[in-house]
Design a protein around this ligand. Structure first.
Ligand code: ADP
Ligand code: G6P
Length: 458
């Protein structure tokens, strides 16, 4: 079996027995790495004075990692710049928030070169190389230019934007050209794949034949592979003592009230503002329900050096304050808004206690919270998932209460529907959802992608 080299901006450093505290992607990649042997390569998260290519190696729980430090300027231009001020907003359809700076692009290319230079000597002839996400789109091409002949795959964890949005990026053609250095390119949904194929046929004169996409004399396979979670692990986490304790804390904090929960990185793509406004509309139009629901929004800060993230945070502070000020009573707070992360077992307990999950991003590549919420439910008394039609997860999770998050009225109606849903209907919808979440879990996803990559001819 070929060794696997995983390359991503962030590397989850494996610790024995700590897998339940890491995201599903980390768990899946670690298990694939254990199965194949190999290496996980990426940024250490640390800065250095002058980049010198020093590689920090670590080994834990059967997985080897290799990480590099980056210069302050690299982090500003690559991570806080091109990745998170340019590509992230653009790929999430927020052209209004997208910044176009040549320096960002320069830093992005430079860091991708640094990645290529340092990882190149670590890769052996038959290894499979798997590059992840928008931080590293040009990496495959840079590796090819350095003579790498291995099979190289790329997976995009965000949406792929429509052609007319993408063309606002001055270097759009260069970016898409570089994807043709890979053997296999993966997306979470048909929608993202369609947009990619549209760009190739309309802008590059390319052709599409099933999975095969050709342009400029180069042929790749472009596939849909929706990521899942480690469902069995999450179901077990939801039954742990820590989960029971968190669930009971939730119940006690809101006796007799219907609990609603939202769990998201504090990111403008998650539709938190619109969610708060939807809840506001619900409270305004249903005075009889005030005091009977309690909404907990957990949102740990993210990418705090980027202005737009500072702005959304200030915006939500003000909005939650305004809604609470307007509707709270001496013994009731409409929104509990918490800016911190929780261990996975506690999170599972919080999900289990919640009668409703509001997962309402304006745009999301997939959204794993939706799947975690379903996996955490009590089969005899499951809660209701309210899910945005603009989350990649909506393509698989059709039995959720699907909602357009831009409409405060629709959001308010969805809350009413979920609150009133009879137990039989909740069970029926949940059963269909959990079947899918179990069947198409993260291991299924990993196998689907790696089987395609292994089959790809050189
Ligand atoms: P994204 O990758 O854009 O952040 P996803 O929903 O796909 O969105 O994945 C988010 C992951 O981060 C999930 O596994 C979720 O459980 C985790 N997460 C989000 N917020 C918290 C939190 N407050 N505490 C712990 N884990 C969190
Ligand atoms: C999304 C991206 C990932 C990223 C994660 C957390 O899921 O697709 O690539 O790692 O958000 O963001 P951060 O900037 O903290 O790595």
């Amino acid at each position: 079996m070929s060794r696997l080299i995983v390359i991503s901006n962030r590397v989850a450093v494996p610790k024995k027995g700590a897998s339940a505290n890491q995201g599903g992607l980390a768990v899946a990649l670690q298990s694939a790495l254990r199965e194949h042997g190999g290496l996980w390569f990426g940024w250490s998260g640390e800065t250095c004075e002058t980049f010198d290519g020093t590689i920090h190696r670590a080994e834990g729980d059967g997985v080897n990692t290799a990480t590099i430090d980056l210069e302050e300027q690299d982090i500003d231009e690559y991570y806080n710049g091109f990745a998170n001020r340019t590509l992230w907003p653009l790929f999430h359809y927020r052209i209004d928030l997208t910044e176009f700076e040549r320096d960002f692009e320069g830093g992005y290319q430079r860091v991708n070169d640094r990645f290529a230079d340092t990882v190149m000597p670590l890769v052996e002839e038959p290894d499979l190389v798997w590059v992840h996400d928008y931080h590293l789109i040009p990496l495959g091409q840079k590796l090819r230019r350095r003579g790498m002949r291995n099979r190289i795959g790329f997976f995009l964890h965000t949406p792929w934007p429509p052609t007319r949005l993408l063309t606002a990026l001055p270097s759009h053609r260069k970016l898409v050209d570089s994807l043709f250095a890979y053997d296999v390119v993966g997306f979470h949904t048909e929608d993202w794949l369609d947009s990619f194929q549209h760009y190739v046929t309309s802008m590059m004169g390319g052709t599409v034949d099933g999975d095969i996409v050709s342009a400029g004399g180069r042929t790749i396979r472009a596939i849909v592979a929706p990521i899942g979670i480690d469902t069995a692990e999450f179901e077990a986490a939801a039954r742990s003592d820590e989960a029971n304790f968190a669930r009971d804390r939730m119940y006690m904090s809101a006796t007799g009230r219907s609990l609603m929960v939202g769990v998201d990185r504090l990111d403008y793509s998650k539709g938190l503002r619109e969610r708060f406004l939807g809840y506001d509309r619900f409270l305004a139009s249903h005075p009889d329900r005030r005091g009977l629901t309690s909404f907990l929004q957990i949102a740990p800060p993210s990418r705090e050096k980027v202005d737009t993230y500072q702005e959304i945070r200030a915006d939500l502070d003000a909005l939650s304050g305004r809604i609470n000020g307007e509707y709270a009573d001496i013994d009731w707070t409409p929104i509990r808004y918490v800016n911190r992360g929780y261990p996975r077992e506690e999170l599972a307990g919080i999900y289990r206690a919640a009668h409703i999950a509001l997962v309402t991003p304006l745009r999301d590549g997939m959204n794993l919270v939706a799947k975690e919420y379903v996996a955490a439910q009590d089969p005899n008394d499951p809660g209701v998932l309210v899910l945005s039609v603009f989350a990649g997860a909506a393509a698989q999770m059709r039995e959720a209460v699907l909602v357009n998050p831009y409409s405060a009225e629709e959001m308010a109606d969805a809350i009413v529907t979920a609150l009133a849903m009879p137990r039989e209907e909740r069970i029926r919808r949940w059963q269909a959802l959990i079947d899918g979440v179990r069947r198409e879990d993260v291991f299924w996803w990993c196998r689907l992608f790696l089987d395609t990559l292994e089959d790809a001819s050189e």
